[in-house]
Design a protein around this ligand. Structure first.
Ligand code: ZN
Length: 236
């Protein structure tokens, strides 16, 4: 079970390290020639319990970690929107920034957070990112009179073919990441500030934890390791 590989794919995610939700698929695709753009919405400046670490310093650390993770996934195009952690809102400004990136990069496929999950609580920034990304795809990136200032600036409307949402309660497609599970772990390990936090269980390595998760997804589809997504298709 493999997803159809596009020429260009975009990942829109809330915090540095959330791209790991689709990192196995991204690593697989970049290895086969797909161009991928990562759009990081916040700077992750509140992702610590350490009150001695100033948010601005943490943001710098996490930006560097994100650049390393992008490189390890074979991604050359990384956009950081720089919103403060925890403060994403459904605004015209945020929507416009995503429309700009979609019209610039022109992906056939976008990965993002599922905006709704009923069986568990999902971080507000994840919900906002998923919601605003969906709205940016349709109708705002697609129709020329929306964000007409971008249209007049030469950013022509663009139709995205499909959105894959990770974190869904009801995934509909499973991506076989047996070949790229180690690359997914490697990308996660770039986000050192997040897995060296003191509340982590010292007896389980972050890599083991990640592989267990991918294995659980795989069991649902008869695969050794998988990523699962809810797929929405759009007429192109
Ligand atoms: Zn997050």
């Amino acid at each position: 079970m493999t997803l159809e590989r596009p020429e260009r794919a975009m990942v829109v995610f809330a915090h540095p390290d959330d791209e790991i939700g689709c990192a196995g698929t991204v690593a697989l695709w970049t290895g086969q020639g797909t161009e991928v753009c990562l759009v990081l919405c916040t700077n992750g400046d509140k992702g610590t319990e350490d009150m001695e670490l100033p948010p601005q310093k943490l943001a710098e650390i996490r930006a560097e970690e994100q650049r390393n993770a992008a490189t390890s996934l074979g991604v050359k195009d990384l956009v950081m929107l720089g919103y403060p952690d925890g403060e994403l809102e459904d605004t015209r400004e945020f929507r416009g920034k995503l429309v700009r990136e979609i019209r610039r990069f022109r992906p056939q496929v976008i990965f993002t957070h599922a905006p709704v999950a009923v069986t568990r609580h999902n971080h507000r920034d994840h919900r906002m990112t998923g919601l605003v990304t969906m709205d940016a795809v349709y109708p705002y990136a697609r129709d020329p009179w929306h964000f007409v200032e971008l249209t007049r600036d030469g950013l022509a409307p663009h139709k995205v073919g499909a959105v894959y949402q990770w974190g869904s309660d009801t995934p509909t497609v499973f991506s076989d990441i047996g070949e790229s599970i180690d690359r997914k772990v490697e990308a996660m390990l770039c986000h050192r500030s997040q897995f060296l936090r003191p509340n982590r269980d010292p007896n389980r390595s972050p890599g083991d934890f990640m592989k267990e998760g991918a294995k659980r997804q795989g069991e649902r589809a008869g695969l050794q390791y998988a990523e699962s997504f809810y797929k929405l298709e759009f007429r192109t």
